[in-house]
Write a protein that binds this ligand. Sequence first.
Ligand SMILES: *Cc1c(COP(=O)(O)O)cnc(C)c1O
Length: 381
Amino acid sequence: MSDSFKSVAAMLADLRPVDPVYCVYPHVYRAAAEEFLTGFPGRVLYAIKANNEPKVLQALFHAGIQHVDCASLQEIREVRAISHDAQCYFMNPVRLRGAARTAQQEFGVRHFVVDHADGLKLLLGEIDPLQAVIFVRLAVHHKSARVDLSSKFGASAEETLTLLQAVADAGAEPALAFNVGSHVMSPDAYVHAINTAITVLERLPFKLRLIDIGGGYAKPYPGFAAPPMADYFAAIVEAARFSLLDNGELMAEPGRALAAPGLSAVVEVLLRKGNRLYLNDGLYGVFWELRYHAHDRYPARAWRGAEPMTGETQAFQLLGPTCDSDDKLPGLVDLPADIAIGDYIEFGSIGAYSLGGRSDFNGFYSNTVVNITDPLSLPPG
Ligand SMILES: *Cc1c(COP(=O)(O)O)cnc(C)c1O
């Protein structure tokens, strides 16, 4: 089977797929990467947990992404399988035993993170500190983050200062990291976190070179507004008055902002009962992030055969194919009123936290991923 089509229409005409098909639009990923690389005042690390699909990684690397935020040895291997040049950062304070050693010795990883004295001890037992930059992760909280990433990881201000000193004493380069959250709806959250970090660093007797302000940049979904990326960048530039070493640099770890835009999921209508549509994908598949109720749907358009459907729309409830009654998508979606069995629905903006969480529960699982190559082809939304 070809894994590259000019358009979704061409893919549908050629495959008439029984399984869901996930469509990568490399030109859309290029635009998302360029926006971040130009707008963010520093080094951009792609947080690979948002989407580790090889075609997505390829698109982002081609678009100029060179650094990857990994949480496991497996993710580091996935990056290496695609690119020799992309630089991996092992940014998880909790790792499998031996993983940091292998990362440094076999993959040349230099950047690690800790948030606890015992974690630092474990890390120093595995790596050569003279070849390492060790970030201390500071806990920061802000109400505008829909998902608080500091409820699990992060040290207090006092612990952070102690750990930074301990990292320096061990001979590694100390650096600071924090993560505001995910779905961070307000650039103010970054300003608040940056100010917290500045206050902490004022009490440190030496300067740092690298400050990693993490990920979390929100993207819009239907019924879920998010500020333009430019607003985040402007707020960060304004707030980030760190006193760093001369070659100092800011870093960011966007996952969703890079991963979301360039992927769509094309699913088939298996059955219609009034305004209820049963699909061949659901909450155990590509739609799993909807379980967390931050946003409740994706932009959608319908296809009949290889033709986009037009005309009157109505709101539909969408249900997955498994036997679990909870396998229902939370939001109603407007679709053509005459949509029927065998029609397809393409969901856009579905690149973040979608492919990575699929399970084969009840025997439904698709791994058909194709590239859509015509730059004039765009996903819905
Ligand atoms: C998940 C995660 C990110 C990416 O978060 P997004 O909300 O997808 O931008 C970045 N850094 C760390 C440490 C994370 O755990």
